[in-house]
Design a protein around this ligand. Structure first.
Ligand SMILES: NC(=O)c1ccc[n+]([C@@H]2O[C@H](COP(=O)([O-])OP(=O)(O)OC[C@H]3O[C@@H](n4cnc5c(N)ncnc54)[C@H](O)[C@@H]3O)[C@@H](O)[C@H]2O)c1
Ligand SMILES: [Zn+2]
Length: 347
């Protein structure tokens, strides 16, 4: 039986349905449908009125891709009563969501996430975006989906790197919100990624992460406060991602970012050093990188962090853990401390 969770966001409520074949539910939604599909994901049998296939990869998360989705919709004469369907990972979901937020000033859309990262994080919460050459996710809109339909079976074809990348966001969720989830990840150990169990373990962690994300979004949809904690590891991580020209994927960069943020929090006395080590070990258990590759200059990484859109007048704003299961936002940390943390987490 599929499981149904709810996300009652202020701008619109929707169901998150998890189970085998739940993507078929898209057909019960009224309206003509434009399927936006990641080129690496075969169509499982979705019959839409039109289809656009996106070139996979973060480097194609561009405004040009958003425009091509909107133009396809216009060529099909789709109206505001019609529906976009995103079938793919976080890139496809973010682009389709953004296109649906602006096409005719807003049409409905459905998320059918096919990567672990999108199932546990990106598909829920209504943040949509494209990148600019100047930085990641610099354009976008808040636009909640009408439904999120998660079939963990899509994970079976995912690469090892994309599976572990998704685990980075799962560890993030555990560190900031749920110590029990953290304990269960530690007990699952390396087998979680080496011998993945798509029938029990993965549906379980997807359910828990969606529940937690929905709760955060319900209390702070537009990121006025609490929602910012979901950016844990991302300010450091985005710098790595950008500096690598996206050759280091999002999840791996977030893992490096969490280790750096955790090291800084321990250095500042905000977090216990032993918990910071537990976090690093858990990331390593899932075969995630925890240090910045040698050629990257720490000063350059810090410079990228200065342009982060979450910063305020007192400087770079960071999410730092307080204990496993809880985190807070801090600003005004001396930049020398950040450089020191980067240096400690550098090859
Ligand atoms: N909106 C949000 O709240 C939010 C949250 C977290 C991340 N994100 C964004 O999500 C993006 C990262 O998402 P991602 O890791 O899913 O990346 P992605 O969409 O690039 O997918 C990763 C790779 O997996 C392939 N793929 C997708 N589904 C597959 C399947 N079932 N089998 C085999 N291959 C498959 C894709 O073609 C791609 O090569 C980033 O752009 C990030 O900024 C958004
Ligand atoms: Zn992320």
């Amino acid at each position: 039986m599929p499981e149904i969770l709810h996300c009652n966001a202020a701008s619109g409520a929707y169901d998150i349905t998890i189970g085998k074949g739940v993507w078929e539910k898209f057909s019960s939604f009224p309206g003509r449908k434009l399927l936006v599909r990641d080129g690496n994901v075969p169509n499982p049998g979705i019959e839409a009125d039109g289809e656009i296939v996106l070139t996979p990869g973060e480097q194609y998360k561009t405004f040009a891709a958003v425009e091509s989705i909107c133009r396809k919709a216009a060529q099909l004469h789709l109206t505001r009563k019609d529906l976009f369907i995103a079938l793919g990972g976080g890139v496809t979901g973010d682009l389709t969501g953004f296109a649906s937020a602006i096409y005719m000033r807003g049409v409905r859309f459905i998320q059918i996430p096919t990567t672990l990262l999108a199932m546990v994080d990106a598909s829920v919460g209504g943040k949509t975006a494209a990148d600019l050459p100047e930085g990641k996710n610099l354009i976008g809109a808040f636009h909640q989906p009408d439904a999120v339909l998660i079939d963990p079976a899509f994970l079976r074809t995912l690469s090892f790197a994309d599976l572990t990348g998704g685990m980075a966001e799962v560890v993030k969720t555990a560190v900031i919100l749920d110590s029990q989830l953290f304990d269960s990840l530690e007990s699952a150990g390396e087998d979680a990624v080496l011998a993945p169990d798509f029938d029990d373990f993965y549906p379980g962690i997807i359910r828990r992460c969606c529940q937690l994300k929905a709760q955060v979004v319900e209390s702070d949809e537009k990121e006025k406060g609490l929602r910012a904690i979901l950016n844990y590891g991302h300010t450091f991580g985005h710098a790595v991602e950008q500096k690598s020209n996206f050759t280091i994927p999002h999840g791996a960069a977030v893992a490096i970012g969490m280790n750096t943020a955790g090291t800084l929090a321990a250095e500042l006395g905000m977090w216990s050093a032993s918990e910071a080590v537990r976090q690093r070990k858990l990331l390593e258990l899932f075969h995630l990188p925890v240090t910045v590759p040698a050629p990257f200059e720490v000063a350059e990484l810090l410079e990228i962090m200065r342009t982060d859109k979450k910063n305020d007048a007192s400087g770079i704003r960071l999410v730092l853990p307080e204990k496993i299961g809880s985190a807070g936002t801090v600003s005004g940390i001396p930049e020398e401390m950040m450089l020191k943390a980067w240096e400690k987490c550098h090859d």
